[in-house]
Every structure is written in structure tokens, then in C-alpha cells.
Design a protein around this ligand. Sequence first.
Ligand code: ARG
Length: 445
Amino acid sequence: MAQKLWDKGKATDAEIEKFTVGRDREMDVYLAKYDVLGSMAHITMLNSIDLIGDDELPVLLTELKKIYALADKGEFVIEEGVEDVHSQVELMLTRALGDLGKKIHSGRSRNDQVLLDMKLYTRDQLKDLAMDVKRLFDILISQSEQYKNILMPGYTHLQIAMPSSFGLWFGAYAESLADDLEVLLAAWKITNRNPLGSAAGYGSSFPLNRQMTTDLLGFDSMDYNVVYAQMGRGKMERTVAFAMASIAGTISKLAFDACMFTSQNFGFLKLPDECTTGSSIMPHKKNPDVFELTRAKCNKIQTLPQQIMMIINNLPSGYFRDLQIIKEIFIPAFEELRDCIKMTCHIMSEVKVKENILDDNKYDFIFSVEEVNRLAKEGMPFRDAYKKVGLDIEAGKFVPNKNIAHTHEGSIGNLCNDRISLLAENTMAGFSFGRVNEAVEKLLQ
Ligand code: ARG
């Protein structure tokens, strides 16, 4: 029979137990470090309101730090028959310290405990994610600068349209990531608020000092209303998932472009052989599988907000066990997305571009608008110029002038990469990573 925090001497049906615990013993391992951190802040606060003695606090903290170190090394195990991470930590404490271990749960419920664990876990993940996104951003900007003078066709409806450039193409995805970072920052702000003290969702008759745990854990502020704090379970995950989906959407689109542009029928991009995969039957094949897999994985990640939304959609306020299921789709998504970003970083720094693409006369009509604009600048009304060039094209008389000059902001000749970089830098500076690190380090001292 499993050991349970809520055990009152009556056995639970084994099948029921297996079903309700579900994948928690696997998922909660990811939360172990954070569960311990949360407990350290909680008991420090309990000591300040005399619910834990001055002699007891250091003993408990020392033991908790040992458990933290174990979790940090990846050696934290949720034992057979133990329900979740919260029960495991308490079990380890009581094994080591006897009755003292049982004192730490005053003024707390597993409901606010798991809320807190998820926020602390997500905070760490968001930090790594933001850094990864910024790295990809930097690579794309530097490629955009390197190839800013190399033209390529621009398409609408996948029909050749107007001159574009590799400077524009790489830079566009960088700017897209700058916006994604902005969404990520909003998700960070919502994540970095303290739910601890909401207990089961209605607070506690102990005079908890919630500001103290907020400061100890480096949160920007708290989720004040205890009912709202509990309502944040799932809402925080959904908001973060939206930000992840935003990044995934950028990478997925990039992957599609890259697949298409490496095809022989386009031939604009060339991957080094080491970045391609072969075929078991066709000896000539060098396939862009990496882009295909990042596209599929990122498309999958774009379903994450919807999946979470469906789980929380019709729930009234208050805790429900439904919320447990969010963990198993939310937690693994970080690693998957970060893997995709890392691969994209790798391959986008290796990719080579083809020069002189537009010399091929199949792209001649791409310069039609340049000619219309030239005539209009000379004084011909735009509509007449448009008609003249159109008729020249129909009559086979159109001669393209391939010396183009685009000068306005964000165009081929004026990419504004410095300003796009500034946007990204400013957003990155908005994440309160520093205060979080400082607080956590202090707590673990
Ligand atoms: N495993 C649970 C979850 O993730 C922990 C909270 C359990 N609380 C409860 N009231 N049964 O939601």
C-alpha cells in the first residue's frame, strides 16, 4: 500500500490509485528542485510567524538543501508507491528528521504547492528558452548582414513577384523572433508572480507572510487574490504555450522556406552534406530532413495552447484534478522546442546561399515594377506606366533593368537590422532574470 499524505487508514482501490496517480511520478521529477525551493521559502516564512522554531529551521533547511542537491544531480527518485513529488519530499524529511519533517506543511496545500512548483519550473525554462531564441536571432541577423547584397526572387502566390534579397529573408525571421520574444516576456511576467499562500485556493487562518515568500523566491509580485491564484493553474501554462507557439510558428515557416529553397527547382540555399540525410534506394539524395522534422515538431507545438485550453475550458474556479494532466503535455514541450531552436541555429549558421540567381532570364519579369516606378518617377502617371509595361511584356518587348535601388526603411537597401536588434535587446532586458537568480542563490546559501 502506498504512503499518502491524506491517509486516514482506509485502503484505496489499487486500480483507482494507478489511474489517479497517472504519469505524476514521471512528471513530478522535473518539479523536485522547485518543490524543495518552495518548501525552503515556506518554512523560513513559517519560522517568522513562530510556526517553526529557531532551532528547527536550520535543521530543516540543511536537510532540504541535501534533497535539492540530489535533485540538481538528477538523482531524485519518486519511490514506488509514493504519489507525487510533494509526498516524496515530505517522506524524505520525516525519514531523516522524524516528526519535525511533518511540520512544514502548515498553511499550505498541495494545490498551491504544485502551482508554485510549476511557476518556478516554468521560470527556469523560459529563461533558457529566451536565451536560445536570442541566439537564433543573432545568427539570423548576422546572416542577413553577410548576404545583404545578394538578391533572390520574392514570391506572392508562389508566383515570381518582385526582387527580394537574402538580407531581407534572414532578417525577416530575426524580426519575427523579436516579436516572439515580446510575447515570451508577457508570459514571463504572468509566470513570475507568487501563488504560494493561496493554500487549497482560499488562503489560510495562519497569518502567512506572503510578501516574504514572494521576496525569498525572487518573484516580481504575487498573485494576490487567493481564488485567482488557484485560477492561474492552467492559465499560466496556456499563456506560456501561446508564446511557445509563436516561436514555433516562426521556426516552422522558416523550415518550410528552407525545404523549398534547397529543392533543385529553386536551388537558392545549399546545405552542407553533413546537414543532410540520404535515401536507402536513391544514391543521389541529400535530403533536408532536419527542416522537415523541425517543421512537424513546431507545428505540433502550435497545438499546445489549444490542448491546454481544452483541458481547462469548462472548469469553474477552484482546484480540480483535471489540472494534473496539463503537466504531461506542457513539461515535455520545452525540450522539444529548444531542440528545434538548437538545430535551426546549427543549420542556419551553416547554410550557403546561391549568388546571381536573378541573372537567369526566367526571373526577368520580377523587375516589371521597377520599370513602372522608373517611368512614374519620370512623370508618367502610375496607371499609364503600369499599362505600358504590361503591354511591353505581352508584346515580348520588355527589357529589365536589374540595377535596383530600394532605400526606404526595411527594404532591400535599408534593412534596419540595427533597429531590429535594438528591439530584441530591449525586450531581453525586460526579463527579471537577475533578481530571480540572486534570490534563488541566496535561499540556497
Ligand atoms: N498531482 C496533483 C496535481 O498536479 C497535485 C495536487 C493534488 N491536490 C489534490 N487536491 N488532489 O494537480
